[in-house]
Design a protein around this ligand. Structure first.
Ligand code: INI
Length: 156
């Protein structure tokens, strides 16, 4: 096999500072995502003193909070953790799409990587499945993706 220069992230969170933003809406689901994300980062070497947890009302508020955090330059990365459940609201589409767009736009504009741990599901059962039961834990996935992205960005 030819040897190709390959850039990839080593999953070492030592020395990193990470902000976790968690919505209170559907908090019994979101708390599981927060627990999963923190557990992942601590097991990969982050100092828990370098973790900051910010609680916000709902997913719609992610963009403005993420923008302020990213502009502060205090964090190597940010993780958004929340749950928008279609059954729970007729304005599901608006909340989910504004949150998603705003988070992505801020990450692009500021260059601060964001782990996207926002569940958007049709039912409560689907949300439970993604919050630490049969479909894994989206908070863990968001933390893993953030760590890898930070480490790749450092090398580019
Ligand atoms: N916020 C959520 O995070 N998840 C939801 O499922 C949800 N529902 O169902 O409406 C939700 N709404 C609140 C919204 O994010 C704002 O906090 C609210 O509209 C005040 O701005």
């Amino acid at each position: 096999m030819s040897s190709i220069r390959t850039i990839e992230g080593m999953l070492d969170a030592k020395g990193l500072k990470v902000a976790l933003v968690a919505s209170r809406f559907n908090d019994f689901i979101v708390d599981k995502l927060v627990g999963g994300a923190i557990d992942y980062l601590v097991r990969h070497g982050i100092d828990s003193n370098n973790l900051t947890l910010i609680k916000i009302p709902g997913a719609f508020e992610f963009p403005v909070i993420v923008k302020k955090l990213a502009a502060s330059n205090k964090y190597n990365g940010i993780i958004c953790l929340g749950a928008v459940i279609r059954g729970a609201t007729p304005h599901f589409e608006f909340v989910a799409s504004e949150a998603t767009k705003g988070i992505a736009q801020t990450s692009m504009e500021t260059g601060t990587p964001v782990g996207f741990g926002l569940l958007t599901t049709d039912t409560l059962e689907q949300a439970i499945e993604r919050a630490g039961s049969k479909a894994g834990n989206k908070g863990v996935e968001a933390a893993a993706a953030l760590l890898e992205t930070i480490k790749v960005l450092e090398q580019l």
